[in-house]
Write a protein that binds this ligand. Structure first.
Ligand SMILES: C[S@@+](CC[C@H](N)C(=O)[O-])C[C@H]1O[C@@H](n2cnc3c(N)ncnc32)[C@H](O)[C@@H]1O
Length: 270
């Protein structure tokens, strides 16, 4: 019944998801995500290269990682293909008077068409890599914006974790003054695409009275560690390490979905 209801409300691509409704409530929904701890991990990965100054964050969303990293002195270009997410990010960096983050509303795969700037490290955080439609093409194109020996750092869902425990139905509630958001999510595996399709229906209540309902769909790829390494090597990225998302210096755990990947770009082939 629950699944059928969600199916009725569902859209079929990610493209309609990251819009006005999503961007408005994004920081509320993820207010307990530990961006501070994650940024400490990212900083530790950045030590694999000397003299890192210029970061490129793809799928920066509302910029929570970049804002913390900018305070450590990095210059950052944040790009996102959702104009609504960029709008929220711009308001945040203006409010916080941050002047070392530049934002661009741009498709990750086509960044090279608008800038020739080269970066010391490329970040894709909170599973952004899973939203990239063609990873091979993305890595092929993004190389033009990377310096030789630059770092590629991202977190992703790995196949072993998903095989251990598949997606489940969840209900979460969030409160903002007199508003309450109830998010019902329902995920399922699409094995042929190596992806999880998550339908989410959010109901908004104001002073306990129903106001409106919104539905979104996320189609997020997961990766087999060996295949991921192969795609990176094909594009001249050398794997430095895969690491568990929550614990430092631990290999990806079979009972957890989330992992980090740290790799080095070996330079453009002649
Ligand atoms: C789950 S959110 C993560 C946002 C942010 N990194 C964070 O940690 O809060 C995924 C973001 O990736 C962006 N995105 C997805 N596919 C993209 C693409 N092909 N090019 C640029 N941005 C993309 C979405 O618009 C969204 O803001």
């Amino acid at each position: 019944m629950f699944a059928r209801l969600l199916k009725r409300f569902s859209m079929n691509t990610n493209d309609q998801t990251f819009q006005k409704f999503y961007s408005t409530y994004y920081d509320l929904v993820y207010k307990n995500k530990n961006y501070t701890f994650e940024c400490k991990r990212i900083e530790s990965f950045l030590r694999y290269k000397e003299d890192v100054k210029h970061l490129l964050e793809i799928g920066c969303g509302t910029c929570s990682h970049s804002i913390l990293l900018s305070k450590k002195g990095f210059n950052i270009l944040g790009i996102d293909n959702s104009s609504e997410m960029i709008k929220v990010a711009k308001e945040k960096i203006k409010r916080k008077k941050i002047n070392n983050i530049t934002l661009l509303n741009q498709e990750a795969e086509k960044l090279f068409t608008v800038t020739k700037k080269k970066f010391d490290a490329l970040l894709l955080l909170f599973n952004v890599i899973g939203y990239i439609k063609d990873l091979d093409l993305f890595l092929f194109n993004i190389k033009r914006n990377l310096k030789k020996n630059s770092l590629l750092i991202f977190d992703f869902w790995h196949e072993d974790g998903i095989k251990h425990a598949g997606p489940k139905k969840e209900i979460k509630k969030f409160n903002l003054r007199e508003l309450e958001l109830q998010r019902n999510s329902f995920g399922r595996k699409i094995i042929k695409d190596h992806a999880i399709k998550i339908d989410i229906e959010t109901s908004i209540f104001k002073r306990r009275k129903f106001v409106k309902r919104f539905s979104e769909v996320h189609i997020v790829k997961y990766f087999n560690l060996n295949n991921l390494k192969e795609i990176m090597e094909k594009n001249n990225f050398e794997l430095i390490k895969f690491e568990d998302f929550n614990e430092e210096n631990i290999l990806p755990k079979k009972d957890s979905w989330n992992s980090y990947c740290v790799a080095r770009f070996l330079g453009l082939k002649n």
